[in-house]
Write a protein that binds this ligand. Structure first.
Ligand SMILES: *Cc1c(COP(=O)(O)O)cnc(C)c1O
Length: 234
């Protein structure tokens, strides 16, 4: 993608966030745009940074590790949004700021250990499967409470909210109920909040369904193709 395109795309998404939030009676300031740069070259990330974008998301652990090493700028906030592998958490724990895809207590335990070795705190979101599609990942809604409880004494991982991926459909209206479910779980699990668990964020909404996600309470949007163009693979 050319630089103008990336800057222009970011601008129109920011505008869309603003109008959608306002018409839903929400403050656009409480919504963070995570630019999903997976499969895209580092140059595209620099172009987005020049346009003022600071939050970036990747879904492969190795790719995130490589890009974090290459882009040394301390202002960048790195989000991991893909499948976790326990034995690779050590490779990203020194830099990653947010991990959206924690679906098991064992990953929290490993993040606690590895971020502790680095003397850091990593923010985690618990991914819940709201779509009934197994391949989308995430814990079952009924397992959420146990995962939150497992984190209550951790020092180097802070659970800050929930993440969900809706079913891919042509009409995002069809998946409004999935976002509503995540919001309900978010509300009903506030009672688990404590020192290291503070449910404040809802990471939901992608290129295809960002407007519905904003209407249903998203505070983090994970947007890839609308910023960087189509991908050849995921
Ligand atoms: C790729 C990806 C996105 C972004 O998808 P787009 O449709 O390109 O906006 C968001 N979340 C996750 C978990 C992803 O893997």
């Amino acid at each position: 993608m050319s630089d103008q395109d990336i800057a222009q795309n970011l601008k129109s998404i920011q505008q869309k966030i603003e109008t959608t939030a306002k018409s839903a009676g929400r403050d656009p300031e409480e919504i963070t745009l995570v630019a999903v740069s997976k499969t895209k070259p580092v140059n595209d990330i620099y172009e987005a940074m020049t346009a003022g974008q600071l939050h970036f998301g990747e879904n492969r652990m190795k790719e995130l590790e490589d890009k974090m090493l290459e882009i040394e700028t301390p202002d960048v906030v790195w989000h991991f949004i893909g499948n976790l592998q326990t034995n690779k958490i050590k490779y990203i724990a020194d830099r990653v700021n947010w991990i959206h895809s924690v679906e098991k207590a064992k990953y929290l335990k490993e993040i606690e250990k590895r971020a502790g070795n680095e003397n850091r705190v990593v923010n985690a979101l618990i991914q819940v499967n709201i779509s009934d599609e197994k391949q989308k990942g995430g814990c079952k809604p009924e397992d959420l409470a146990g995962i939150l409880e497992s984190a209550k004494d951790y020092k180097h991982v802070q659970v800050r909210g929930l993440m969900g991926m809706a079913t891919f459909v042509d009409d995002p209206e069809d998946i409004r109920s999935e976002f509503k479910l995540l919001k309900e779980l978010f509300d009903s699990h506030q009672k688990y909040n404590g020192e290291s668990v503070k449910l404040e964020h809802l990471s939901m909404g992608m290129t295809n369904d960002m407007e519905v996600a904003i209407e249903e309470g998203a505070t983090m949007l994970r947007i890839g193709s609308a910023i960087f163009g189509e991908r050849n693979y995921d």
